[in-house]
Design a protein around this ligand. Structure first.
Ligand code: ADP
Length: 194
């Protein structure tokens, strides 16, 4: 039997494949980056931001903050099930229990932001991370606690990034409306400049 090709249909399919491949190759994403407390005490902020600038992304949010327990626990919510033995020390680490009680949180936006930033950060275990990555260069395993002190957090998927950005930032703290918002009327006391 001779199978004849139907050129217009095949061409159309090829075009769809190429278009969807191109779209997935160059997807605008947002990602959450946290320079962890050890990154701050080691004065690595400048070096880390320079390394991240290689990704050619836009910073759409940045703030320095003390991490409350609730925020640290929600941030590592999945770790509680994935690596329960690590969860308490990861929470303590993020809250500054081993270094200083502050972190620098940033939101980056641009093409393939999640993957590009994760690549620059390197593997979770600093001893296994490529030595040219941020974690490979500056991270260590604390010999007393066993914690991977890997100086930086970066979202591992775009779904996770959306959850994390919504956890760490309010819409008005970002320069772009990165996700759907709604208006509410604020009630109750709040602190303003006197
Ligand atoms: P990542 O930060 O690369 O997304 P995980 O979400 O698995 O990795 O872990 C969160 C954090 O918990 C890590 O960045 C690291 O500080 C710590 N951690 C993870 N796994 C271990 C481990 N096996 N031993 C010690 N610390 C760990």
């Amino acid at each position: 039997m001779i199978i004849t090709k139907n050129p217009p249909f095949d061409d159309f399919c090829d075009l769809c494949i190429i278009l969807s491949y191109t779209a997935s190759m160059d997807k605008t994403q947002q990602t959450l980056v946290i320079i962890k407390p050890d990154g701050l005490v080691k004065s690595l902020t400048g070096n880390i931001l320079t390394a991240l600038s290689e990704a050619k992304l836009k910073i759409v949010g940045a703030k320095i903050l003390k991490v409350p327990k609730k925020l640290a626990e929600l941030h590592y919510e999945e770790l509680k099930y994935k690596k329960p033995e690590v969860f308490p020390s990861a929470v303590k680490y993020l809250m500054g229990g081993f270094h200083t009680d502050r972190v620098l949180a940033l939101v980056y936006e641009g093409a393939n932001a999640v993957g590009n930033i994760r690549k620059i950060c390197g593997a979770t275990n600093p001893e296994e991370a490529d030595p040219t990555t941020i974690r490979g260069r500056y991270g260590r395993i604390n010999s007393k606690t066993g914690v991977f002190e890997n100086v930086i957090h970066a979202s591992e998927s775009s779904k996770q990034a959306e959850k994390e950005i919504k956890l760490w930032f309010q819409p008005e703290e970002l320069t772009e409306t990165v996700f759907k918002t709604k208006k509410i009327t604020k009630t109750g006391p709040r602190t303003i400049w006197a």
